[in-house]
Design a protein around this ligand. Structure first.
Ligand SMILES: Cc1cc2nc3c(=O)[nH]c(=O)nc-3n(C[C@H](O)[C@H](O)[C@H](O)COP(=O)(O)O)c2cc1C
Length: 502
């Protein structure tokens, strides 16, 4: 008995000795590593903080990086974050999942800041039985193959390259079920775009990816080949986008895989930077020439996408349209707000150039009305229109269609990690890293894409009915007011009196 307990004691003592030795060894190594880093920091010459505060200065960088996550999850209030706050994001997530979107107790949205839009409820709202689904709208009535667009809320341009293959697949399948269109963005047409079967708008960026010849010029042959796909319904010439007006698309080298390079018609592994503008379009006359050329070659509607901050060039354009005849007009104009998103953009352009949609949309609509072109040229609006209230606002201002990029990214599971330019997107949406992509299962996420689209339409319908109209397209400026100061709001039809309504 005592022999056994002596043996056990010796075993415990030896284990404790080993553990103590291990502990001293680990502490020794840790001290050695700390000393090494301390000396390395002290004698390096590139970072002042690390040179002045060796070792502990490094925590600054760690906390700076972690701060972004801590703020998002623990500290930021529901209505605080940018570009999209938690309340907006969670509405989009719940819509995409098709789960309860009702809220309790009271609104957390402040209704008093200047610029806040308040819809005007009717004394006698529309009954459910009188509600009408918006009918299809025809775009491009003068071209050989006009487009009957079924949905007023659609997927905005995001290139294959900026987006991963599973993301493009989920969007195209989701768009098909939602009966909405999907814009390719400027990276060309990939098999993943076609696979879902949805209507497609082919975007021609300034580098003309997917329709360029070996010198980078527009190839009629390739244009015809793209137009031959029955799914491709329209062509959008990209002049600019909100996040980077005056700068072409930027796809970092790490995202230019062999497949993406082949689709775009460029070398793999090299950053793909588009010119600041279409080299052959430097005047509104050349713009109209190009629109008419593409329309002739493809037989399909053609319009352009731009950030609009001044009207003089549009006045010249519309004067020229009237000169040449109404058929020559762009079939649509996609107007992107300065606060639009992107895969990658220089900060000075993202933060400081261009007008937000709140100001530019009424400018464009009123100008089209003034030239009697509003029914000829359809207005497609984008820029943070990711919840029903924003979509309804754009309709009241005169938009014919609304498109969203980041709303649909939320539907795909985007957590606003702000890493679209780094190939490290944790949700597999904007990365080509297969390990990160495997989390995004297209068959699952496509359902969320379709749900999100239909819940947006349902929410816009709720606002329309509350305003006393039977369908969202009947919303106009008299149905909303804007807060202009303490305790004061003004109806939008008084603030922006020019448009007649639509
Ligand atoms: C990841 C990503 C990629 C984009 N790629 C393009 C593009 O190729 N062409 C384009 O015109 N706009 C592109 N955009 C801009 C969107 O189409 C859209 O105009 C803008 O994000 C505003 O819509 P949103 O606020 O709903 O995101 C991209 C946006 C994102 C977030």
């Amino acid at each position: 008995m005592s022999n056994t307990s002596n043996g056990l004691e010796r075993l415990i003592i030896s284990i404790m000795e080993i553990m103590a030795g291990l502990f001293i060894f680990i502490v020794g190594i840790a001290l050695f590593v700390a000393l090494f880093i301390y000396l390395k920091d002290r004698f390096q010459t590139t970072s002042t903080v690390r040179r002045n505060f060796p070792l502990i200065g490094r925590f600054r960088y760690l906390f700076e990086e972690l701060g972004e996550f801590f703020r998002q999850y623990f500290f930021a209030m529901d209505r605080e974050e940018m570009p999209f706050n938690r309340a907006q994001r969670s509405w989009a997530y719940r819509a995409a999942k098709g789960i309860d979107r009702t809220v309790a107790f009271g609104s957390t949205k402040s209704l008093r800041p200047e610029g806040t839009i308040l819809f005007i409820n009717a004394a006698f709202p529309t009954l459910e039985k009188d509600a009408v689904t918006p009918p299809p709208l025809t775009i491009g009535p003068y071209c050989k193959k006009p487009y009957e667009a079924l949905s007023l809320f659609n997927i905005s341009g995001m290139s294959y390259g900026a987006l991963s293959k599973p993301a493009v697949l989920a969007l195209s399948q989701g768009a098909k079920s939602a009966r909405c269109w999907m814009n390719t963005g400027e990276g060309g047409l990939s098999p993943a775009h076609l696979e879902g079967g949805a209507d497609i708008i082919f975007q021609i960026g300034t580098a003309k990816y997917g329709v360029r010849d070996k010198n980078g010029n527009l190839s009629n042959e390739k244009l015809r080949a793209v137009a031959a796909h029955p799914q491709v319904k329209m062509f959008e010439l990209k002049l600019s986008q909100g996040a980077k007006p005056g700068k072409g698309g930027i796809l970092p080298a790490v995202k230019v895989t062999a497949e993406i390079a082949a689709i775009r018609g460029i070398p793999a592994g090299e950053a793909s930077i588009s010119p600041n503008r279409h080299p052959e379009i430097s005047t509104v006359y050349e713009l109209l020439d190009m629109i008419n050329h593409i329309r002739e070659v493809t037989c399909k509607p053609v319009g352009f996408k731009a950030v609009i901050s001044s009207l003089d060039w549009l006045e010249t354009l519309f004067d020229e349209v009237l000169n040449r005849g109404i058929e020559s007009a762009p079939d649509f104009i996609t107007i992107d707000g300065a606060d639009g998103g992107t895969g990658a953009a220089p900060m000075p352009l993202m933060d400081d150039v261009g007008l937000p949609l709140a100001e530019s949309l009424p400018m464009l609509v009123d100008l089209l009305e003034r030239y009697h072109l509003k029914t000829r040229t359809k207005v497609i609006a984008s820029g943070k229109l990711i919840t029903p209230d924003k979509v309804a606002w754009a309709l009241t201002m005169g938009a014919d269609f609304i498109v969203s990029a980041r709303g649909f990214m939320f539907a795909l599971g985007c957590i606003q990690a702000m890493q679209c330019n780094k190939n490290s997107c944790p949700t597999g949406i904007t990365t080509h890293n297969p390990e990160l992509q495997q989390g995004l299962v297209p068959s699952q996420k496509s359902v969320r894409v379709a749900n999100y689209q239909s819940k947006i339409m349902y929410g816009v319908g709720l606002i329309a009915h509350s305003c006393g109209v039977s369908s969202p397209r009947k919303l106009d400026r008299k149905h909303a007011r804007m807060v202009v100061g303490p305790g004061k709001s003004i109806p939008l039809n008084e603030l922006y009196p020019q448009a007649k309504g639509h």
